[in-house]
Design a protein around this ligand. Structure first.
Ligand SMILES: [Zn+2]
Ligand SMILES: [Zn+2]
Length: 333
Protein backbone atom coordinates (compact mmCIF):
# COMPACT_ATOMS: atom_id res chain seq x y z
CA UNK A 1 0.00 0.00 0.00
CA UNK A 2 1.39 3.38 -0.94
CA UNK A 3 1.82 6.05 1.71
CA UNK A 4 -0.80 8.07 -0.09
CA UNK A 5 -3.35 5.29 0.10
CA UNK A 6 -2.47 4.51 3.72
CA UNK A 7 -3.04 8.11 4.74
CA UNK A 8 -6.31 8.24 2.87
CA UNK A 9 -7.50 5.13 4.67
CA UNK A 10 -6.45 6.43 8.10
CA UNK A 11 -7.80 9.93 7.70
CA UNK A 12 -11.09 8.99 6.13
CA UNK A 13 -11.50 5.60 7.75
CA UNK A 14 -13.00 4.51 4.46
CA UNK A 15 -12.29 2.09 1.71
CA UNK A 16 -9.22 3.15 -0.17
CA UNK A 17 -9.66 6.01 -2.54
CA UNK A 18 -7.66 6.35 -5.70
CA UNK A 19 -5.05 8.87 -4.71
CA UNK A 20 -3.11 9.56 -7.86
CA UNK A 21 -3.02 13.29 -8.41
CA UNK A 22 -4.70 14.29 -11.62
CA UNK A 23 -3.80 17.40 -13.54
CA UNK A 24 -5.89 19.09 -16.16
CA UNK A 25 -3.03 21.45 -16.93
CA UNK A 26 -5.35 24.36 -17.09
CA UNK A 27 -4.03 27.86 -17.20
CA UNK A 28 -5.57 31.27 -16.72
CA UNK A 29 -6.18 32.88 -20.07
CA UNK A 30 -4.71 36.32 -20.57
CA UNK A 31 -5.50 38.79 -23.34
CA UNK A 32 -2.76 38.50 -25.93
CA UNK A 33 -1.18 41.68 -27.23
CA UNK A 34 -0.50 42.23 -30.91
CA UNK A 35 -2.25 39.09 -32.00
CA UNK A 36 -4.95 39.76 -34.61
CA UNK A 37 -6.08 36.16 -34.79
CA UNK A 38 -5.75 33.85 -31.84
CA UNK A 39 -6.50 30.22 -31.14
CA UNK A 40 -7.28 29.08 -27.60
CA UNK A 41 -7.69 25.54 -26.29
CA UNK A 42 -11.05 25.32 -24.50
CA UNK A 43 -10.96 21.66 -23.46
CA UNK A 44 -8.83 18.56 -23.94
CA UNK A 45 -11.10 15.76 -22.65
CA UNK A 46 -12.88 12.98 -24.51
CA UNK A 47 -16.62 13.48 -25.14
CA UNK A 48 -17.77 12.87 -21.58
CA UNK A 49 -14.91 14.83 -20.01
CA UNK A 50 -13.95 14.07 -16.43
CA UNK A 51 -14.98 13.22 -13.81
CA UNK A 52 -17.52 10.77 -15.22
CA UNK A 53 -20.61 9.09 -13.80
CA UNK A 54 -19.68 5.95 -11.91
CA UNK A 55 -16.21 7.12 -10.93
CA UNK A 56 -16.74 8.41 -7.39
CA UNK A 57 -13.01 8.32 -6.62
CA UNK A 58 -11.98 10.63 -9.46
CA UNK A 59 -10.01 13.44 -7.76
CA UNK A 60 -11.75 15.97 -9.99
CA UNK A 61 -14.92 15.62 -7.87
CA UNK A 62 -13.09 17.27 -4.98
CA UNK A 63 -10.84 19.54 -7.01
CA UNK A 64 -12.65 21.21 -9.89
CA UNK A 65 -9.33 22.35 -11.34
CA UNK A 66 -8.78 18.70 -12.29
CA UNK A 67 -11.96 18.60 -14.34
CA UNK A 68 -11.56 17.86 -18.04
CA UNK A 69 -13.83 19.79 -20.39
CA UNK A 70 -14.65 18.07 -23.67
CA UNK A 71 -12.31 18.92 -26.51
CA UNK A 72 -12.84 22.27 -28.18
CA UNK A 73 -10.84 25.10 -29.74
CA UNK A 74 -11.79 28.76 -29.92
CA UNK A 75 -10.76 31.05 -32.77
CA UNK A 76 -10.73 34.77 -32.02
CA UNK A 77 -10.54 37.48 -34.65
CA UNK A 78 -9.60 40.39 -32.41
CA UNK A 79 -9.54 42.99 -35.17
CA UNK A 80 -13.11 42.35 -36.24
CA UNK A 81 -14.56 41.19 -32.93
CA UNK A 82 -15.50 37.71 -34.17
CA UNK A 83 -15.53 34.53 -32.12
CA UNK A 84 -15.65 31.00 -33.59
CA UNK A 85 -15.88 27.61 -31.92
CA UNK A 86 -14.62 24.25 -33.07
CA UNK A 87 -17.17 21.83 -31.58
CA UNK A 88 -20.22 22.59 -29.44
CA UNK A 89 -19.47 20.52 -26.35
CA UNK A 90 -21.55 19.83 -23.23
CA UNK A 91 -19.11 22.27 -21.54
CA UNK A 92 -19.96 25.11 -23.92
CA UNK A 93 -21.12 27.38 -21.07
CA UNK A 94 -17.71 27.38 -19.40
CA UNK A 95 -15.94 27.43 -22.74
CA UNK A 96 -17.83 30.49 -23.98
CA UNK A 97 -16.98 32.17 -20.68
CA UNK A 98 -13.28 31.67 -21.54
CA UNK A 99 -14.00 33.19 -24.96
CA UNK A 100 -15.86 36.11 -23.34
CA UNK A 101 -12.84 36.73 -21.12
CA UNK A 102 -10.50 36.97 -24.10
CA UNK A 103 -12.81 38.80 -26.49
CA UNK A 104 -16.15 40.06 -25.16
CA UNK A 105 -19.23 40.03 -27.41
CA UNK A 106 -19.35 43.28 -29.36
CA UNK A 107 -23.13 43.36 -29.57
CA UNK A 108 -23.19 42.86 -33.33
CA UNK A 109 -24.41 39.76 -35.13
CA UNK A 110 -24.81 36.37 -33.50
CA UNK A 111 -23.27 35.77 -30.09
CA UNK A 112 -21.04 33.12 -31.66
CA UNK A 113 -19.97 33.98 -35.20
CA UNK A 114 -19.58 30.35 -36.29
CA UNK A 115 -19.39 26.82 -34.95
CA UNK A 116 -17.51 24.11 -36.86
CA UNK A 117 -18.73 20.62 -35.97
CA UNK A 118 -16.72 17.46 -36.53
CA UNK A 119 -19.38 14.78 -35.93
CA UNK A 120 -22.47 13.57 -34.09
CA UNK A 121 -20.93 12.09 -30.95
CA UNK A 122 -22.13 13.78 -27.77
CA UNK A 123 -18.98 15.63 -26.83
CA UNK A 124 -18.73 17.27 -30.23
CA UNK A 125 -22.21 18.67 -30.83
CA UNK A 126 -24.30 18.08 -27.66
CA UNK A 127 -23.64 21.66 -26.50
CA UNK A 128 -25.87 22.98 -29.30
CA UNK A 129 -28.74 22.41 -26.85
CA UNK A 130 -27.60 25.49 -24.93
CA UNK A 131 -28.37 27.64 -27.98
CA UNK A 132 -32.08 26.78 -27.85
CA UNK A 133 -35.09 28.45 -26.25
CA UNK A 134 -34.62 26.70 -22.88
CA UNK A 135 -31.23 28.38 -22.62
CA UNK A 136 -29.78 31.42 -24.40
CA UNK A 137 -32.20 31.49 -27.33
CA UNK A 138 -29.42 32.27 -29.76
CA UNK A 139 -30.17 34.06 -32.99
CA UNK A 140 -28.76 32.78 -36.26
CA UNK A 141 -25.52 31.19 -35.10
CA UNK A 142 -23.87 29.80 -38.26
CA UNK A 143 -23.13 26.11 -37.76
CA UNK A 144 -20.85 24.46 -40.32
CA UNK A 145 -21.49 20.76 -40.84
CA UNK A 146 -20.87 18.14 -43.49
CA UNK A 147 -23.90 16.81 -45.43
CA UNK A 148 -24.84 13.83 -43.21
CA UNK A 149 -24.28 15.83 -40.04
CA UNK A 150 -26.42 18.67 -41.42
CA UNK A 151 -29.22 16.30 -42.42
CA UNK A 152 -29.08 14.62 -39.00
CA UNK A 153 -29.53 17.94 -37.21
CA UNK A 154 -32.31 19.03 -39.56
CA UNK A 155 -34.35 15.88 -39.17
CA UNK A 156 -33.97 14.87 -35.52
CA UNK A 157 -35.29 16.64 -32.45
CA UNK A 158 -34.33 18.47 -30.37
CA UNK A 159 -31.77 19.73 -32.89
CA UNK A 160 -34.35 20.31 -35.63
CA UNK A 161 -36.07 22.80 -33.34
CA UNK A 162 -32.89 24.88 -33.27
CA UNK A 163 -33.15 25.06 -37.05
CA UNK A 164 -36.91 25.80 -37.07
CA UNK A 165 -36.58 28.57 -34.49
CA UNK A 166 -33.51 29.92 -36.32
CA UNK A 167 -31.31 29.63 -33.26
CA UNK A 168 -28.78 28.16 -35.64
CA UNK A 169 -28.24 28.44 -39.36
CA UNK A 170 -26.79 25.26 -40.81
CA UNK A 171 -24.19 25.68 -43.52
CA UNK A 172 -23.29 22.76 -45.74
CA UNK A 173 -19.64 22.19 -46.44
CA UNK A 174 -17.86 20.15 -49.03
CA UNK A 175 -16.44 16.82 -47.99
CA UNK A 176 -12.96 16.16 -49.33
CA UNK A 177 -11.91 12.68 -48.36
CA UNK A 178 -8.79 13.09 -46.30
CA UNK A 179 -6.26 15.71 -45.40
CA UNK A 180 -4.43 16.94 -48.48
CA UNK A 181 -3.36 20.47 -47.85
CA UNK A 182 -3.42 21.69 -51.41
CA UNK A 183 -6.79 20.26 -52.38
CA UNK A 184 -8.98 21.58 -49.59
CA UNK A 185 -11.42 24.37 -50.28
CA UNK A 186 -12.41 26.99 -47.80
CA UNK A 187 -15.79 26.73 -46.17
CA UNK A 188 -16.14 30.05 -44.44
CA UNK A 189 -15.49 33.68 -45.26
CA UNK A 190 -13.67 35.54 -42.57
CA UNK A 191 -12.96 39.23 -42.39
CA UNK A 192 -9.52 38.33 -41.09
CA UNK A 193 -6.85 36.62 -43.20
CA UNK A 194 -8.07 33.18 -42.22
CA UNK A 195 -9.48 30.20 -44.07
CA UNK A 196 -11.05 27.10 -42.62
CA UNK A 197 -11.38 23.84 -44.53
CA UNK A 198 -12.96 20.58 -43.51
CA UNK A 199 -12.09 17.04 -44.58
CA UNK A 200 -13.31 13.53 -43.86
CA UNK A 201 -11.49 11.25 -41.41
CA UNK A 202 -12.20 7.58 -40.63
CA UNK A 203 -14.31 7.18 -37.47
CA UNK A 204 -17.37 5.40 -36.10
CA UNK A 205 -19.99 7.14 -38.25
CA UNK A 206 -23.43 6.07 -36.94
CA UNK A 207 -25.23 9.38 -37.41
CA UNK A 208 -22.82 11.53 -39.39
CA UNK A 209 -19.55 11.48 -41.20
CA UNK A 210 -16.56 12.73 -39.21
CA UNK A 211 -14.59 15.81 -40.11
CA UNK A 212 -11.22 17.25 -39.29
CA UNK A 213 -10.45 20.95 -39.79
CA UNK A 214 -7.60 22.92 -41.21
CA UNK A 215 -7.16 26.57 -40.26
CA UNK A 216 -4.89 28.63 -42.50
CA UNK A 217 -3.55 32.13 -42.16
CA UNK A 218 -3.81 33.28 -45.76
CA UNK A 219 -1.13 35.94 -45.32
CA UNK A 220 1.59 33.70 -43.92
CA UNK A 221 0.17 30.35 -45.15
CA UNK A 222 0.71 29.00 -41.63
CA UNK A 223 -1.70 26.14 -40.94
CA UNK A 224 -3.12 24.30 -37.94
CA UNK A 225 -5.00 21.04 -38.10
CA UNK A 226 -7.63 19.73 -35.68
CA UNK A 227 -8.36 15.98 -35.66
CA UNK A 228 -9.93 15.20 -32.29
CA UNK A 229 -11.42 11.80 -33.19
CA UNK A 230 -9.96 9.38 -35.71
CA UNK A 231 -10.04 5.57 -35.80
CA UNK A 232 -6.60 5.19 -37.31
CA UNK A 233 -3.98 7.03 -39.32
CA UNK A 234 -4.28 5.87 -42.91
CA UNK A 235 -3.40 6.95 -46.41
CA UNK A 236 -6.15 9.59 -46.40
CA UNK A 237 -5.19 11.02 -43.05
CA UNK A 238 -1.49 10.41 -42.93
CA UNK A 239 0.02 11.86 -39.80
CA UNK A 240 3.67 12.22 -40.69
CA UNK A 241 3.30 13.73 -44.17
CA UNK A 242 0.65 16.19 -42.91
CA UNK A 243 2.79 17.33 -40.02
CA UNK A 244 5.93 17.38 -42.18
CA UNK A 245 4.44 20.01 -44.50
CA UNK A 246 6.41 23.19 -43.74
CA UNK A 247 3.15 25.15 -43.72
CA UNK A 248 1.81 23.06 -40.84
CA UNK A 249 2.59 24.78 -37.56
CA UNK A 250 0.43 22.85 -35.09
CA UNK A 251 -1.51 19.60 -35.16
CA UNK A 252 -4.13 18.94 -32.47
CA UNK A 253 -4.58 15.20 -32.68
CA UNK A 254 -6.58 12.39 -31.11
CA UNK A 255 -4.97 11.15 -27.90
CA UNK A 256 -7.99 9.26 -26.52
CA UNK A 257 -5.89 6.38 -25.16
CA UNK A 258 -2.24 6.39 -24.18
CA UNK A 259 -1.52 2.70 -24.88
CA UNK A 260 -3.16 -0.72 -24.89
CA UNK A 261 -2.82 -1.18 -21.12
CA UNK A 262 -5.27 1.55 -20.26
CA UNK A 263 -8.64 -0.21 -19.93
CA UNK A 264 -8.12 -3.09 -17.55
CA UNK A 265 -10.10 -6.22 -18.34
CA UNK A 266 -10.87 -5.18 -21.94
CA UNK A 267 -9.27 -6.33 -25.15
CA UNK A 268 -8.18 -2.98 -26.48
CA UNK A 269 -7.20 -4.40 -29.86
CA UNK A 270 -10.92 -4.12 -30.73
CA UNK A 271 -11.04 -0.44 -29.74
CA UNK A 272 -10.04 2.09 -32.42
CA UNK A 273 -8.07 5.33 -32.06
CA UNK A 274 -4.32 5.56 -32.64
CA UNK A 275 -2.64 5.24 -29.27
CA UNK A 276 -0.48 8.16 -28.15
CA UNK A 277 2.50 5.78 -28.10
CA UNK A 278 1.82 4.83 -31.73
CA UNK A 279 1.54 8.46 -32.88
CA UNK A 280 4.80 9.28 -31.07
CA UNK A 281 6.51 6.28 -32.72
CA UNK A 282 5.34 7.40 -36.18
CA UNK A 283 6.62 10.94 -35.70
CA UNK A 284 9.92 9.76 -34.27
CA UNK A 285 10.43 7.33 -37.14
CA UNK A 286 10.37 10.31 -39.52
CA UNK A 287 13.69 11.33 -38.01
CA UNK A 288 12.91 15.05 -37.69
CA UNK A 289 12.65 16.18 -34.07
CA UNK A 290 11.19 19.55 -35.08
CA UNK A 291 7.95 17.74 -35.95
CA UNK A 292 7.41 17.00 -32.26
CA UNK A 293 7.01 20.70 -31.45
CA UNK A 294 4.01 20.86 -33.78
CA UNK A 295 2.05 18.11 -32.03
CA UNK A 296 -0.52 18.83 -29.34
CA UNK A 297 -2.31 15.75 -28.04
CA UNK A 298 -5.99 16.34 -27.30
CA UNK A 299 -9.28 14.45 -26.61
CA UNK A 300 -7.96 12.33 -23.72
CA UNK A 301 -10.21 9.75 -22.10
CA UNK A 302 -10.79 10.08 -18.37
CA UNK A 303 -8.75 6.88 -17.94
CA UNK A 304 -5.77 8.30 -19.85
CA UNK A 305 -2.71 8.39 -17.56
CA UNK A 306 -1.61 11.63 -19.25
CA UNK A 307 -4.13 13.35 -16.97
CA UNK A 308 -1.63 12.84 -14.16
CA UNK A 309 1.55 14.84 -14.53
CA UNK A 310 3.25 12.45 -12.12
CA UNK A 311 2.41 9.35 -14.14
CA UNK A 312 5.07 7.31 -15.92
CA UNK A 313 3.15 7.93 -19.15
CA UNK A 314 3.26 11.72 -18.78
CA UNK A 315 6.97 11.60 -17.97
CA UNK A 316 7.66 9.31 -20.91
CA UNK A 317 5.73 11.60 -23.26
CA UNK A 318 7.56 14.75 -22.15
CA UNK A 319 10.95 13.01 -22.15
CA UNK A 320 10.31 12.06 -25.76
CA UNK A 321 9.64 15.74 -26.51
CA UNK A 322 5.85 15.68 -27.00
CA UNK A 323 3.14 17.83 -25.44
CA UNK A 324 -0.42 17.50 -24.27
CA UNK A 325 -2.63 20.49 -25.09
CA UNK A 326 -4.03 22.18 -22.02
CA UNK A 327 -7.13 24.21 -21.37
CA UNK A 328 -6.25 27.88 -21.74
CA UNK A 329 -3.29 27.29 -24.06
CA UNK A 330 -3.13 30.23 -26.47
CA UNK A 331 -1.62 30.43 -29.96
CA UNK A 332 -1.21 33.46 -32.20
CA UNK A 333 -1.90 32.63 -35.84
ZN1 LIG B 1 -14.98 12.24 -29.28
ZN1 LIG C 1 -16.38 10.28 -31.93
Amino acid sequence: MSLCRSLTAIVLGLALAACAPVETQQAEVKPTENCPVELVVLGVGQDAGAPQIGNPDDPAWKDPSKKLYATSLGLLDHENGKRYLFEATPDIREQMQIMDTLLPYDGEGPYIDGIFLTHAHIGHYGGLMFLGRESMGAKGVPVYAMPRMKAYLETNGPWSQLVELENIELIDQSEPNGLFLDSLSKIADFEADIEVSGFIVPHRDEYSETAGYLIINTKTQDAMVFIPDVDQWDSNVELVSSVSDPKMKYAFIDATFYDDNELSGRDMSKIPHPRVTESMDLIEAAGDDSLKDKIRFIHINHTNPLRDKNSAAYKAMTERGFKLAYRGEQFCL
